[in-house]
Design a protein around this ligand. Structure first.
Ligand code: G6P
Length: 601
């Protein structure tokens, strides 16, 4: 949460407009306040306020600010309410040092008391402001800005990505990373730092992802990185990112979410094209020889993990599904000889990273499934499988779920092959998946708009299914909650009789996911129960199935195989959530209180 950016160029430019554009990119990471700081001859010029980037930038005239070195921040409040004073950048008493920060400085209270005792005056309630005063304090003691920056860093504990400017060394942006993501963009006569790759792509496609504990400074011609006092040779770590800046933009769609929903056929096709059979076979062997298997993830990634966990049952393999933030409860199980599949789109979700660290400390081998090359998760796992969804900007995950399911289905097939099972029908189905996803989009957009009209009139809905359909129901309900703010609850259909059905009355919407034909008859019993209470029955069903007759509204998707169906049957539910949010006037790309990547526990 929170997005940071810092850039230094070799000559003066329309820096305010450049910083505004960077903030627009980063806004999905937090959007309750925005601000910039530009190095000026007499100190740092700060403009910041609560509100969305576009309105703050307009009101404060970001576009009129000129300069060569500056930092910017978009905030998602952790310490302190979203107000003008709590917005970043934060400055020291002399207003010559400005700081932007993503993360939490855990020991800020004790440092703040110490600095107040030394006469420092604080303006905000944030943990971040202490950093500016700490640097000021060390400069007062005679240290150079760079030395003061390093000394200040040595005093803080917690998670951070920091960017700092100091008008005493006007051509530098100081930076540091611990647990929160930070990337250096390598330019020609400029360099920059940013929280994510799409933001860097506006300027350069050459990046150096920083590692935990690294810090340094950039000038327009120098990138200096250290770890524990020792310079790091980062030139060897420069990577060229194949995404274009265009790919990271909306490309004609009103929202990133809708664009990303429509990108799914392509994202699935890229993921299939990128499959590495040998690596899949190696991981299949690891899983088959594991004492215990864990599947770990948060949010949507966890639900993709559930699809895999349920799929394993067909091979008589039991896996323990673990919601990443709950890993502590399971720690006692972790042991040498076990294997974990850790799933995270961003590869930066702190709960998933912490779970992976705990697993590896106890000797568990970890296989990462992620969308971001050289993310923390990718670096800290034993083996990595990449989804190739391209950048996902919408806060609600869409194409990353379908590509995760695609990849995990391919791994499932590799396990089957290792066991001598004939998986050729599934392989054939996998080949058809991109086309089936395209067809599913085409078949359901109109129905989604129509059903959204009804859905928007309700405050609650149930999403019911059985078997591998359950994670689809969970994911469908999650989308509805996240972006339409309708209380949507997913339940195993059979279990719905044990409580949830008490709420059902006239026109209560109940969405059934019929992705496994072998469970159709049982699900139809549950449909009858809900229909008897005058619920509005909505279903996602195999194309052409006569189940349609029992439903008020039917979404149809061509049938492939129960596990692969999870990747396509979810699509109508994504569309339904999207159009319901639109009907209700919500912004689906920036749902309230949510962040794309959760880097605080
Ligand atoms: C946040 C996002 C979700 C996402 C979850 C896990 O809550 O809003 O859309 O599913 O994090 O993210 P990850 O990057 O680990 O898949």
């Amino acid at each position: 949460m929170c997005g940071i950016f810092g850039i230094t160029l070799d000559s003066e430019t329309n820096l305010g407009a450049l910083l505004r554009r960077a903030l627009e990119r980063l806004e999905y990471r937090g959007y309750d306040s925005a601000g910039i700081a530009v190095v000026a001859p007499s100190g740092v010029l700060v403009k910041k306020d609560a509100g969305k980037v576009a309105e703050v930038a307009q009101r404060l005239g970001f576009d009129h600010v000129k300069g060569a070195t500056g930092i910017a921040h978009t905030r998602w409040a952790t310490h302190g309410r979203p107000t003008q004073t709590n917005a970043h950048p934060h400055v020291d008493c002399t207003e010559t040092i400005a700081v932007v920060h993503n993360g939490i400085i855990e020991n800020y209270e004790e440092l703040k008391s110490e600095l107040i005792a030394k006469g420092h005056k604080f303006r905000s309630e944030t943990d971040t402001e202490i950093f500016a005063h700490l640097m000021e304090e060390y400069e007062r003691m005679g240290l150079s800005p760079w030395e003061a920056f390093k000394r200040a860093l040595s005093r803080i504990r917690g998670a951070y990505a920091l960017a700092v400017v100091d008008s005493k060394e006007p051509d530098k942006v100081f930076f540091a990373r611990n647990l929160s993501p930070l990337i250096v963009g390598v330019g020609d006569r400029f360099n920059l730092v940013a929280s994510d790759v799409p933001t860097v792509l506006d300027h350069t496609n050459r990046v150096i992802p920083l590692r935990d504990g690294e810090y340094g400074f950039i000038t327009s011609r120098v990138i200096h990185v250290e770890y524990d006092g020792v310079p790091v040779r980062v030139e060897e770590r420069v990577q060229t990112i194949p995404w274009s800046a265009d790919q990271a933009m909306r490309g004609g769609y009103p929202h990133f979410m809708l664009k990303e929903i429509h990108e799914q056929p392509e994202a699935i096709a890229s993921t299939i094209a990128g499959l590495e059979p040998r690596r899949l076979a190696e991981i299949a062997e690891m899983l088959l020889s594991a004492h215990k298997i864990y599947v770990v993830g948060a949010g949507t990634s966890y639900y993709a993990g559930l699809v895999f966990q349920l799929g394993l049952v067909s091979y008589k393999l039991a896996a323990v599904p673990i919601i990443a933030s709950e890993y502590g409860t399971y720690e006692g199980l972790f042991d040498k000889g076990d294997t974990a599949i850790a799933i995270s789109q961003s590869g930066e979700t702190i709960d998933t990273i912490r779970a992976v660290r705990a697993l590896r400390e106890r000797g568990v081998r970890v296989v990462a499934v992620t969308n971001v090359v050289s993310s923390t998760l990718a670096r800290e796992s034993d083996l990595v499988l990449y989804t190739r969804a391209g950048p996902e900007i919408g806060v609600a995950a869409t194409k990353t779920f379908t590509t995760q399911v695609t990849l995990l289905s391919a791994l499932h097939m590799a396990i089957g092959r290792a066991l001598g099972v004939d998986v050729s029908p599934q392989e054939a189905a996998l080949k058809r998946l991109p086309e089936v996803a395209r067809k599913t989009l085409e078949l359901n957009e109109g129905t989604a708009k129509e059903v959204a009209e009804k859905m928007a009139a309700n405050q609650s809905a149930y999403y019911l299914s059985r078997g591998v359909g359950m994670p689809v129901a969970l994911e469908g309900a999650l989308k509805m909650k996240e972006i339409a703010y309708i209380h949507a609850e997913a339940y195993p259909a059979g279990e719905s009789k044990h409580g949830p059905i008490a709420l059902v009355e006239n026109k209560f919407p109940v969405v059934f996911v019929f992705s496994d034909p072998s469970l159709k008859e049982k699900l139809l019993n549950n449909v009858a129960e809900m229909a008897a209470r005058d619920a509005t029955i909505i279903g996602v069903i195999p194309r052409g199935d006569d189940v349609a007759k029992k439903l008020k509204y039917a979404f149809e998707a061509p049938h492939l195989d129960p596990m692969l169906n999870a990747a396509t049957f979810v699509i109508p539910l994504q569309l339904l959530a999207y159009y319901t949010a639109i009907k209700l006037g919500r912004d689906p790309d920036k749902p309230r209180n949510l962040a794309k990547t959760v880097t605080v526990e």
